[in-house]
Design a protein around this ligand. Structure first.
Ligand code: NDP
Length: 253
């Protein structure tokens, strides 16, 4: 089988499994952080887990861009900049900024996430920079590109701010949970997840590509059910939890 044939097969499995995973995760919450529980095998240091599982994403995507004949075009450089901005933070800054909780991360979660990140970065990197027809500089003025980049940047700012609010909730040595406040926490329990979903929806719009659509679908499939679980947990844990706060979408859900 050629790499191109394998790519097409993996892409369709990737898209279909995002759609199938979405309802499943409403019933099975991924067992890390506050939802960690016994029965999911050996555990490991969560900071190390985050670095190991996220680091392949920027490395693989960068390698695909570097080996591309179209790497000097405007759109290719913007796509690289967006991806690297997100993943340098996620793999090398976020893990050290978060204040660790009481629980370790299951090795299974780190392993599955590592596999997901390898496949996702390969699909997006090979697709955008090799297998799809390169987008010329005229694409920089297309409304899909402009709106998509704006969505990505807004989502990234929201995700960064929301993750930092959470990191500041714990003093050194504290592993307890507290009610987050400020910014979009006024309206939703998981603005970091909302920001992440906006980012990859924006990326899919800006690149107008199937692998990026797959990544956006996977992000919704992972984070919308988890936002609902977080919200239910907050309401059950804190009797004074703000009543106007929704799970993920202000005023709606
Ligand atoms: P969470 O919001 O569950 O937790 C983030 C960090 O903040 C953890 O260290 C957590 O501690 C801590 N924290 C959370 N709530 C509180 C609180 N009320 N009081 C004190 N500390 C708190 O996010 P995730 O760990 O699930 O995700 C981290 C980042 O990764 C997010 O930005 C998310 O968008 C992104 N992500 C993206 C995915 C994708 O599919 N694209 C999938 C998963 C995550 P503890 O670990 O002890 O709970």
């Amino acid at each position: 089988m050629t790499e191109r044939a394998a790519y097409d097969l993996v892409l369709y499995v990737f898209l279909a499994s995002a759609v199938l995973t979405f309802p499943v995760l409403f019933f099975v919450t991924a067992p890390y952080g506050r939802h960690a529980r016994v029965g999911w095998g050996p555990t490991m240091n969560a900071t190390l887990g985050w670095v190991l599982m996220e680091a392949p994403s920027p490395l693989v995507f960068f390698a695909c861009w570097w080996g591309s004949a179209s790497r000097g075009t405007g759109p290719a450089m913007v796509f690289l900049a967006l991806w690297m901005t997100h993943y340098v933070n996620r793999a090398f800054v976020f893990p050290f900024r978060r204040r660790p909780g009481a629980r370790e991360m299951p090795v299974l979660i780190a392993g599955l996430s590592l596999l997901f990140n390898l496949v996702n970065a390969w699909l997006n990197g090979r697709g955008l920079f090799h297998f799809e027809a390169p987008l010329g500089d005229a694409w920089l003025g297309d409304p899909r590109f402009v709106l998509g980049v704006a969505l990505f940047c807004g989502g990234f700012a929201l995700n960064l701010h929301a993750d930092r609010v959470l990191a500041r909730l714990r003093k050194p040595g504290d592993t307890a949970y507290h009610i987050p406040r400020g910014g979009l926490y006024r309206w939703v329990s998981s603005p970091n997840y909302l920001g992440e979903i906006l980012e990859w929806t924006g990326f899919a719009l800006a690149t107008w590509s199937l692998p990026a659509l797959g990544f956006a679908l996977w992000t919704v499939a992972n984070l919308a059910p988890r936002a609902r679980s977080h919200h239910a947990w907050y309401r059950a844990t804190f009797p004074d939890y703000p009543v106007e706060r929704r799970a993920l979408v202000p005023f709606l859900w």
